[in-house]
Ligand binder design. Structure first.
Ligand SMILES: [Zn+2]
Length: 241
């Protein structure tokens, strides 16, 4: 299994987390939801060996979020899932979580998972797992995961512009919650804070902001990905998206 590890005799961390999640909440099992998610996960993973394939689950989380962990499960929160009206949006969310595996980010959990699983109230930890993920990864890894996700979607021949419409959904949700910081970030005049060429000061600012908030501003993520797309198209003359 991708980056899973044994933490007790015969018990893999990813499987333990999955069991805790199953016990603590309902997983969506309606055909409309499952059919779509299987269709997208198959298309994204067409070239992967069976042992490296991820399985997407749709738990009824309170938050509009998705996350992954060591093991082969991706958790796509039901509220985020129902907001995604196209396969392309669903594909980008899943591909972002796959990227955390492909880029070995999930390995970061291995060092202290043992301690956590023995805490009283470990099932609560399972619920809070996604919040922790953001703090472990940091903005650099999140940006890398976003770029790799877009590459995975392109490789599966999804329309990249339609994939990026996911950010319209995230932005609308944040605006509905009146969370303007989440949309615009620390500098409302700039969509370029995640630019590789941004000044040191800008990078420091975004880093501090992300540390405080636990996630990146949506506009900056979208802008960074648009640039990545332009760059990948320039590198492949003749390819059209
Ligand atoms: Zn992520």
């Amino acid at each position: 299994m991708p980056h899973d590890f044994e933490f007790e005799k015969g018990m893999l961390f990813g499987e333990w987390l999955h069991e805790q999640m199953r016990e603590a909440m309902h997983f969506e099992d309606e055909a409309w939801a499952i059919d779509r998610v299987r269709r997208v996960e198959d298309r994204l993973q067409a070239g992967r060996e069976a042992g490296h394939r991820m399985v997407v689950e749709i738990p009824w989380l309170d938050e509009v979020t998705a996350f992954t962990a060591p093991g082969h499960y991706i958790y796509f929160g039901r509220r985020l899932y129902e907001s995604c009206s196209t396969d392309e949006m669903v594909a980008f969310v899943i591909a972002h979580e796959m990227a955390h595996h492909d880029l070995s980010h999930v390995k970061l959990f291995a060092g202290w998972a043992l301690k956590i699983t023995r805490l009283p109230g470990a099932s609560l930890f399972a619920l809070a797992f996604h919040a922790l993920e953001h703090h472990l990864y940091g903005p650099q890894k999140e940006c890398d995961a976003d770029r790799h996700a877009l590459d995975l979607c392109l490789a599966a021949r999804y329309d990249a512009h339609k994939c990026l419409e996911l950010f319209d959904i995230l932005e609308q949700y944040a605006l509905d919650m009146e969370d303007y910081d989440m949309v615009y970030g620390p500098d409302v005049d700039s969509d370029d804070e995640l630019d590789e060429n941004a000044s040191w000061k800008t990078k420091a600012q975004i880093w501090a902001w992300q540390r405080r908030r636990g996630y990146l501003p949506i506009r900056d993520r979208r802008q960074m990905l648009r640039k990545h797309l332009t760059k990948s198209q320039e590198n492949k003359p003749g390819t059209k998206q």
